[in-house]
Ligand binder design. Sequence first.
Ligand code: ATP
Ligand code: MG
Length: 228
Amino acid sequence: MILEAKNLVKWFGTEENKTYAVKDVSFSVNYGEMLYIVGPSGSGKTTLLSIISGILRPNAGVVFVKDKELWKLNDNEMADFRLFSIGFVFQDFHLFPRLTSVENVAIPLILQKKSWEESIAAGYKYLEIVGLKDRADLPPHKLSIGEQQRVAIARAIISEPDLLIFDEPTASLDGDTGKKIISFVRDNILSAKKAIIIVTHDNRIYNYATRILRMEDGKIMASNKGEF
Ligand SMILES: Nc1ncnc2c1ncn2[C@@H]1O[C@H](COP(=O)(O)OP(=O)(O)OP(=O)(O)O)[C@@H](O)[C@H]1O
Ligand SMILES: [Mg+2]
């Protein structure tokens, strides 16, 4: 098992007036899996992803990633976890506005202390994979939303992390581009030593999943290989 989440709870608001976003969620992800999480808007999907990727501390519950308890890591260990072990595509991309596309893509390698030349060369390679080599030297605001999304995907996969976490990675892409990228990720990035978790509303890519979890009102309602 690469990831195990047990009894996760997250609420927002004040002690007197809590709004529960995640209500006692437990699930696990095996090596080699491409797990989808689907469910209506507001059901807690992004909150859950943030908890399992070390971004948002839960109010209760535990997360194990590769047998280490995530929320017991100290600051340095957590920084290393985010840098080396996971790749995250945020729903709103989080690109750096003053950097070019290729620099945005290369950031994880630069932070990992690889040389600038090596990092930028890899950046071009991964931009080519997502079909954006000709946009490499432009900043994000010169790109369409779909192109920005592809830059975010290239940045998440460039260091080939053990655990890829995608929040709506194809929402702004046309069907063919979305399928191409997801099938590339499955065939070339996923391996027996890695796993991918994808939150999506995009039923055009459902058949790439090895398993689908359905979330509703902060809870996981069903787990299925089939249709939702
Ligand atoms: N920072 C926050 N402060 C207060 N409430 C929040 C916060 N983040 C999320 N929530 C609330 O938690 C619930 C779950 O939100 P979340 O973003 O996880 O849903 P989601 O399933 O990702 O929705 P979508 O499909 O629209 O992205 C919602 O009711 C939301 O309003
Ligand atoms: Mg969301």
